[in-house]
Write a protein that binds this ligand. Structure first.
Ligand code: SAT
Ligand code: MN
Length: 618
């Protein structure tokens, strides 16, 4: 073994007295051997310094301040563009607790493997210590985390996506040393003396590992957001779902929005959709129907606890949007465009314009005449690569904008509320070309849990792997569950029993149903406000529905389609329950339930039997 210069383990004076934190930082530094340690304070000066360093290193390009002030552009390594689900592990002590849908390795074995990967992995790099809090700092129990990373890109991104810096560090020791989730991240690309760095260092070997009993996260080899911003999916969904199971609450892959009716009545909705199915668009919806108004509370994650009044309250643990860029434009999501126009944002794997702005498919109806694409190549709209093969998109389909939530012009004033907002309705949705109607209301909580548990969607570019394959994605949590999926369903059902008084109403939606010619049956985007209106009117008892085996769908004339260029037959086709399609679907649900195995709650089997017997009658 080579002798290494002992790294400066801590800066003087120490920014904290938190003894577990200090011990952990020391331990990680001794293992990973960084050249320097930096405790991040989350200040504007720090942002200046780190973005400046990243620009000099060639990782970031500063965008034209006239169009995107204080904003930056980066291209990842072309192999490091999405979450790596096959390299994501739930390392519970007992394999059965991670369940049939997660990858599992015994915690001691994983720690041994990854300790060897981490050994010396930060050589030649700065190690950043990022104290963060998911959700408001003045919550009853602030949910602290500390990420150690050797990526400055991760440090500045975490500064956007979470409440991060000195305030958090101070709060962690204010009333004695507070518990926190240790999150360790290394890109796995140490630098030998004199070795030049790459613009996007990463490693072919990747591990995204979670230790649910210890509440700990270890990530190695990837710099991509979902794999490296550990406060996000790793903490706020995988680890938090395990905490929520133990403490009687819910950590969900859901947007949160506030809806105000023309009469001035307000409602709060949460909605679960798989990644890259339009959650950010729905969260910032501009309804086309007059008098209805949406405000945003969150676009990706909801933590929900029952209040003393028996109602379910939601908090968004995040502090920024990490949205899919393609498809985001002035016509589809003007509020996202307004949010990023205010600057202070990072763009990853989109295309670059000649005047130092960013572009992606769907931002404008026509692309600019010349671009630099996400791989740094010259790109024009009509000139395909040699051989005339179809033009590849200029922006990667999973390219992202990362922007502060406080810049959203329609952010609800309740965003910082430590107790959150009371939830009236829960929407589950997926991307299905057939079978699933535009909207169906669950008959009751157990039926709603069944709809969520059997949710299915065509895969998207948010994860590596094949796009467009239908898979079950329960509550849109398949890649984000920190424990056994069967136990997760039991947890949902149990909470329903415990809080049966004032539960939110559950709806199942599908914006993506297609006609035989392959075009969408429903226009989507701002028009989805019509579906929200119908849901509200169902809860108010003013909209009619037809009872079908999959739930209550809009009766003819009950969905407000005024001003839409749709024939009654088209509306009917969008909301229709098709018994034949559901007869094809049932075996797929049975297959899914078989895979879940015997821990599946009987209530769900009863719901499946009910669906089958109603189909037989149909
Ligand atoms: O890729 S992320 O996990 O960061 C976002 C998503 O897939 O929903
Ligand atoms: Mn997501």
């Amino acid at each position: 073994m080579t002798t290494l210069v002992r790294p400066p383990l801590v800066t003087a004076p120490l920014p904290t007295t938190h003894s577990r934190l200090l011990a952990w930082v020391r331990e990680v530094a001794e293992l990973t051997r960084p050249a320097a340690i930096r405790w991040c304070d989350g200040s504007a000066a720090e942002w200046e310094e780190l973005t400046g360093e990243l620009v000099r290193a060639g990782t970031l390009i500063r965008l034209n301040p006239a169009v995107k002030p204080n904003s930056f552009y980066t291209r990842t390594d072309p192999t490091d563009v999405a979450r790596v689900e096959d390299r994501t592990f739930i390392c519970s002590r007992d394999e059965a607790d991670s369940g049939p849908t997660n990858n599992w390795v015994a915690p001691e074995e994983m720690k041994a493997t990854m300790t060897e990967l981490y050994r010396g992995s930060m050589r030649g790099r700065t190690m950043y210590v990022l104290p963060f809090c998911m959700g408001p700092l003045d919550a009853d129990q602030p949910m602290f985390g500390v990420e150690i990373t050797d990526s400055a890109y991760v440090a500045i991104s975490m500064g956007i996506m979470t409440r991060m810096g000195s305030d958090v560090l101070a709060a962690m020791s204010a009333g004695g040393d507070a518990p926190f989730v240790p999150c360790l991240h290394s890109v796995g690309h140490p630098l030998e003396p004199g070795e030049p760095d790459l613009p996007w260092p990463c490693n072919e070997t990747k591990y995204i590992s979670h230790f649910p009993e210890e509440r700990m996260i270890w990530s190695y080899g990837s710099g991509y957001g979902g794999n490296s911003l550990l406060g996000k999916k790793c903490y706020s969904l995988r680890i938090a779902s395990a905490i929520a199971r133990d403490e009687g609450w819910l950590a969900e892959h859901m947007l949160i929005l506030k809806l105000t009716s023309p009469a001035g009545k307000t409602y709060h909705l949460v909605a679960a959709f798989p990644s890259a199915c339009g959650k950010t668009n729905l969260a910032m919806l501009e309804p086309t129907i007059p008098g209805w108004q949406v405000e945003t509370l969150g676009d990706d994650i909801a933590w929900m606890r029952f209040g003393s009044d028996g109602r379910l309250y939601a908090v968004n643990p995040e502090y920024g949007f990490f949205g899919v860029a393609p498809g985001t434009g002035w016509h589809t999501n003007p509020n996202a465009m307004r949010t990023i126009e205010r600057g202070n944002s990072l763009f990853t794997n989109v295309a670059l314009t000649n005047d130092g702005d960013v572009w992606w498919e769907g931002q404008t109806p026509r692309p600019p005449s010349q671009l630099t694409d996400w791989m740094g190549r010259y790109w024009t709209p009509d000139q395909g690569p040699a051989g005339g093969t179809p033009r590849e998109p200029a922006a990667h389909p999973n390219s992202r904008f990362c922007t502060p939530i406080k810049q959203c012009p329609i952010l609800s004033e309740d965003f910082d509320s430590p107790t959150g907002v009371p939830i009236d309705a829960i929407l589950f949705g997926g991307r299905r070309a057939t079978t699933v109607p535009l909207v169906a209301e669950a008959r009751d909580w157990a039926h709603g849990v069944f709809l969520g548990a059997t949710l299915s969607s065509e895969t998207t570019a948010a994860a590596t792997g094949k796009v467009g394959v239908v898979r079950r994605d329960p509550m849109a949590m398949l890649p984000f569950l920190g424990y056994n999926v069967a136990d997760y369903f039991s947890h949902w059902l149990e909470l329903g029993k415990q809080h049966s008084g004032r539960l939110p109403q559950i709806f199942y939606v599908n914006w993506f149903r297609k006609k035989a010619d392959g075009t969408f049956l429903w226009p989507g985007f701002g028009e989805n406000g019509r579906v929200l209106k119908w849901a509200i009117e169902r809860m108010e008892g003013t909209a009619d529905a037809v009872d079908t085996p999959v739930g209550l769908v809009p009766a003819a004339g009950s969905l407000d389609v005024a001003g839409l260029h749709l024939t009654p037959a088209e509306v009917e086709a969008a909301v229709a329950f098709d018994a034949d399609e559901w007869r094809t679907e049932v075996p797929l649900i049975e297959e899914w339930f078989d895979l879940i195995g015997e821990r599946i709650p009987t209530e769900l089997l009863t719901e499946l039997d009910l669906l089958k017997s109603r189909l037989d009658e149909d």
